[in-house]
Design a protein around this ligand. Structure first.
Ligand code: ATP
Length: 246
């Protein structure tokens, strides 16, 4: 490959007790790329994110085989806080913001523990406000009063405060109106253009393939298709099952 593989998932097998959720999954996110994971309900998309962020244990799951490396370093043996310290930050599905805390305090919480001290935290906040001006306008309001789309912006902004190298985005368009979903997609493009790699989990295949350079399709825990975004957009299987083309 031309570029160093930022994230490499190899032969990953994951279970929750007797439930086998992933089996032999291979996936690569080259440095600086956006790669999408497509698939229907229960395919294993969220499980894959949890395996990378090492939060699987909180949900009763465990890695049974394979490996996850980032920049050549094994992540699958690190605790979740060390994964974050390595620059890999997950934005969970359902945009869990701290509803009673102000928008400003939510963002501040995202910067806690980030390297670089106060000056880089101020620079990160400036970048987040440039990306999402509404978060500056609403800085003093409780996060719970924001609209769904604004809460997704806040969840993204909070993750950016730590200066991540790789963002794990779980269904960022879920429950959003098409226009707002497109604004979030645009923000993901911009975040990527500024140098952050992205692993994007989406049921909205059209949106994901508009942002990602490559994608894999998961079905019942296995990768059934993978390729560039252009290849997948041209695949009959993807067009029929995930893009709604008849
Ligand atoms: P969705 O979009 O519906 O969240 P998904 O593709 O993210 O789907 P997962 O949530 O990763 O799929 O689920 C993969 C499989 O693992 C499913 O069979 C699901 O029932 C099972 N599973 C997920 N979480 C748990 C859990 N905490 N305990 C037991 N089984 C689980």
């Amino acid at each position: 490959p031309m570029t160093a593989a930022a994230l490499q998932v190899s032969e990953l097998t994951v279970g929750y007790g007797p439930v086998q959720a992933l089996e032999g999954v291979d996936l690569e996110v080259p440095e600086g790329a956006v790669v999408a994971v497509l698939g229907g309900n229960g395919a294993g998309k969220t499980t894959l994110m949890r395996a990378v962020s090492r939060t699987l244990g909180f949900h009763g799951g465990a890695i049974r085989g394979g490996s996850v490396t980032f920049g050549g370093r094994r992540l699958d043996r690190l605790p979740p806080d060390k994964v974050v310290a390595a620059g890999v930050v997950q934005v969970p599905e359902g945009r869990r913001v701290f509803a009673r805390m102000t928008v400003a305090d939510n963002l501040r919480a995202g910067g806690l523990g980030a390297r670089g001290g106060r000056r880089s935290a101020a620079a990160a906040l400036t970048r987040v406000h440039e990306l999402f001006p509404v978060l500056r306008e609403r800085a003093g309001q409780p996060a719970g009063l924001l609209s769904g789309g604004e809460q997704q912006m806040l969840a993204l902004g909070r993750a950016l405060m730590g200066g991540p190298r790789l963002l794990l985005l779980d269904e960022p368009s879920l429950g959003l109106a098409p226009l707002m979903a497109e604004r979030i997609a645009e923000a993901v493009r911009e975040i990527n253009a500024q140098g952050t790699s992205v692993l994007l989990v989406e049921q909205n295949a059209a949106l994901a393939l508009g942002v990602a350079v490559a994608a894999v399709v998961l079905e019942v825990g296995r990768v059934t298709l993978s390729g560039t975004a252009a290849e997948l957009k041209g695949s009959d299987e993807v067009r029929h099952r995930y893009l709604g083309v008849v």
